[in-house]
Design a protein around this ligand. Structure first.
Ligand code: M6R
Length: 609
């Protein structure tokens, strides 16, 4: 995820901000840059690749400044190049801007600006924002006013910092959903997108709130709310050490990433799922191509494969278009049947999984149209696919995938809605899928608020020698993912399958001490699932059921109940039930003292076949 840093004060400012973004390196980035006052103008230095590339440039330029901003970029709009790295200038190079997040209406704004003669040097939404602020500066002659007015023209989730060559001691920062923190010094002030970047300099911080704007000089910070009303600065004292600060105060990256899911989904949907329910997938196949697909083939491994199974549930039930989901490691050896009207979707968080990459190349040899659903921008799979949709989940550090899964499912829902335009799709299901997708971040927040109840259940079941993960329909796809989490990080053997299959063999494994986690989020199959719960209990097994708030019938049968909010679209309800399963696996692993972020025998990016 991108990193922001800013400083004004007596120290050598570029050194300070470079050090600050170095402290955010663990979050992942692919290019970086700084801007500082230099003589009469603002100098911008930026480089793609590692911070060491930027450092070389800084060493040769030897900047001297008392005010600077810096940014480390994790590409979303436009690849990781020197040109796309931040900071970006406005049209007249008076103002430099750095930015985290996404400007949803960048495309419309770019068209407007072009019509007024603006030209751009990068492919980024950030440069568009800089030009908007530059236009406002021409009218107001004040950086703070220009930012205030400019952000009203921007839509999306972002944190942004601007400096102006005519106001050499002032940084203006604005927060709209993405985090931004002010660091209070004595005769100097700092800002950053994350607390670890501030800790070597100050432990007195102010976390900006939604809509806040800060005007920072070395002696003063004026903080105002979205209505322009001045707010009292009330710093909080941070006493975390640097390591726990990197994890945002969470004990493990996995827990942090689980809790990042609502924001990851907001970022993923930003600019793509419009307020009126329309879908806009820019630069991704023409309308004609979308209409031509008659079958979908999904290729992926592990968690990404499980996201594909959820995509199958959506696309088949809503569109009645057949979907085949194939393990990438099996694809090349099974003499795959691909037809000209097939859409091949390749899903990968890292974009480097070799099984998936090899399968993709084979699909291309068959002349299939390929779409990548990828997290890491510029990765091999992203480059190899005909088209790519980035899931925009931010870097995932824990080996066990969590937020990438949810963002992969959300991206598949967007693909489903995009394809729905062409077919005789079920309008009620489309309506429900769209509405529940819009609500998904908030629904996730509700699930995460209930973590302490899940931790308590983990306490009761963490000694189980075997766990079943059982459901029906889309809940089976969710159970596959929940079980993988339990295996990966808690090292508990699991069996995951349709609940109805138990009586055909696996029921023989059930005895006292064995735990069955049921996901039951579809009222149409509720009674059947209750019968399956009774089958487990009759043989001495313990049942934990993940069910809707309203489902008293199932609650009555289970030993432990984990509630999630009611959802009207079965694949979205099932995908939501994965969050409690992630938390359950996490708390079981924690109680067992397992190495959570780096489980034994596993790697984050699997580059061997
Ligand atoms: O980077 P990818 O999405 O291609 O990785 C695929 C799998 O290796 C990955 O999902 C793996 O299963 C995770 N460790 C699951 O948590």
């Amino acid at each position: 995820m991108c990193g922001i840093a800013g400083y004004v004060g007596p120290r050598e400012a570029v050194t300070v901000v470079f050090d600050q973004i170095t402290r955010l390196e663990y979050r992942g980035y692919d290019s970086a840059g700084v801007a500082y006052k230099n003589g009469d103008g603002i100098k911008v230095l930026k480089r793609a690749g590692k911070l060491s590339n930027l450092k070389q440039l800084l060493d040769s330029e030897k900047p001297k400044a008392q005010m600077a901003i810096a940014h480390s970029r994790w590409a979303t709009h436009g690849g990781p190049t020197d040109q796309n790295a931040h900071p970006h200038f406005d049209q007249h190079e008076l103002i430099a801007v750095i930015h985290n997040g996404i400007i949803e209406n960048y495309y419309e704004l770019a068209q407007e600006l072009k019509a007024r003669g603006h030209t751009f040097k990068s492919e980024t939404d950030t440069e568009i924002a800089a030009h908007v602020i530059g236009e406002e500066y021409e009218i107001t002659g004040s950086l703070a006013d220009a930012v205030r007015r400019g952000v009203k023209r921007l839509r999306g989730a972002f944190a942004m910092v601007a400096i102006c060559k005519n106001e050499p001691d002032t940084l203006v920062a604005v927060r709209n959903a993405s985090p931004l923190i002010l660091g209070i010094g004595s005769g100097e002030n700092f800002l950053a997108s994350d607390i670890p970047a501030l800790l070597p300099y100050t432990r007195e911080v102010v976390v900006m709130e939604e809509g806040d704007l800060a005007v920072m000089t070395r002696d003063r910070i004026r903080l105002e709310d979205a209505q322009g009303k001045e707010k009292l600065i009330q710093p909080m004292h941070v006493d975390w050490n640097i390591e726990s600060a990197e994890k945002g105060g969470f004990e493990h990256f996995m827990l942090k990433e689980i809790h990042e899911q609502p924001d990851a989904i907001r970022q993923c949907l930003s600019g793509r799922l419009l307020k009126d329910g329309g879908v806009q997938l820019l630069n991704c196949f023409s309308d004609e191509e979308w209409k031509s697909f008659e079958r979908v083939v999904v290729i992926a491994c592990g968690t990404a494969y499980h996201a594909g199974l959820m995509g199958k549930q959506m696309i088949e039930s809503v569109l009645r278009v057949p979907v085949e989901v194939i393990y990438a490691s099996e694809f090349r050896y099974n003499n795959p049947i691909l037809r000209p009207a097939d859409l091949v979707i390749v899903i990968s968080q890292s974009g480097e999984t070799i099984d998936t990459l090899v399968a993709l190349k084979l699909a291309k040899e068959h002349r299939a149209k390929t779409l990548g659903i990828v997290n890491v921008v510029g990765s091999s799979i992203a480059r190899e696919c005909d088209e790519v949709l980035y899931i925009q989940a931010g870097p995932e550090i824990c080996v066990a995938s969590t937020k990438a899964y949810s963002a992969q499912v959300a991206t598949l829902a967007l693909v489903c809605l995009q394809m729905a335009r062409k077919s005789a799709a079920d309008q009620e299901k489309i309506f429900n899928l769209t509405r529940e997708l819009q609500r998904l971040p908030n629904l996730m927040e509700t699930c995460l608020e209930r973590e302490s109840q899940i931790a308590e259940i983990a306490n009761q079941i963490h000694r189980a020698p075997l766990m079943f993960f059982l459901g029906r329909g889309a809940d089976v796809a969710a159970c596959m993912e929940g079980a993988l989490k339990m295996k990966e990080i808690a090292y508990i053997p699991t069996q995951e399958s349709p609940a109805g299959e138990m009586k055909h063999g696996p029921l023989a494994l059930v005895e006292s001490g064995v735990v069955a986690v049921f996901a039951s989020t579809n009222p149409l199959t509720r009674e059947k699932v209750i019968s399956n719960i009774k089958e487990i209990k009759a043989r001495g097994g313990t049942v934990a059921a993940i069910i809707f708030d309203s489902d008293e019938q199932t609650a009555h049968e289970a030993d432990f109940v984990i509630r999630i909010p009611h959802v009207d679209s079965p694949p979205i309800g099932a995908a939501l039930s994965v969050l409690p399963m992630q938390l359950l696996a996490y708390h079981v692993a924690r109680l067992k003292g397992c190495e959570i972020d780096q489980p034994r025998n596993l790697a984050k990016s699997v580059t061997v076949e």
